[in-house]
Design a protein around this ligand. Structure first.
Ligand SMILES: [Fe+2]
Ligand SMILES: [Fe+2]
Length: 166
């Protein structure tokens, strides 16, 4: 298995985007399916965001200072997703705003993933090269082992708060 950090993150993006499509294809009244899919989306995003917040973003900030603004913007986009996720966790699939809120979450995260993949990950690859990306990937594999799976776990939000308040 490749431990290239960007390959790993893109693979996770594909899994996340697939869950988004499944949600969008579920029928209006498929409450059980939609509830299950949102639970899955929340877990996927919690783990993915944690790994980026804890490993990828700080390493890029340190090693590729010219991408500082992109990293800061990305932390903010994670924060917006975190807020929507926290609200969704408290809702039932039958709630009037459940689908609307999930749709806004999906739109935001899709845009965020596009920016990562099209705008600044290629610059990270260019600046760091294969060996460093593999080292970062190996750190991400480690971080994944202890990553929170639910936003209720305190470690899920910590880095974003640190980044915003620093
Ligand atoms: Fe991200
Ligand atoms: Fe990402």
């Amino acid at each position: 298995m490749s431990t290239d950090a960007i390959v790993m993150l893109k693979d996770e993006h594909q899994v996340i985007l697939r869950a988004f499509r499944d949600f969008e294809r579920a029928g209006d009244n498929a409450h059980k399916t939609k509830g299950d899919l949102v639970a899955k989306i929340v877990e996927l995003l919690t783990v993915h965001t944690y790994i980026e917040n804890e490993v990828m973003y700080p390493r890029v900030r340190e090693l590729v200072p010219e991408l500082e603004d992109d990293v800061l913007e990305s932390y903010e986009e994670h924060h917006v997703a975190d807020v929507l996720v926290m609200e969704l966790v408290g809702m039932k699939p039958t709630d009037e705003r459940f689908t609307a809120k999930t749709t806004v979450l999906i739109e935001n995260v899709r845009h965020h993933i596009e920016e990562e993949e099209d705008e600044w990950f290629p610059q990270v690859r260019e600046a760091l090269g294969r060996k460093v990306l593999q080292e970062i990937g190996a750190e991400m594999v480690e971080a994944r082992k202890t990553a929170p799976r639910s936003p209720a776990q305190p470690s899920a939000l910590k880095k974003t708060v640190d980044a915003v308040l620093a």
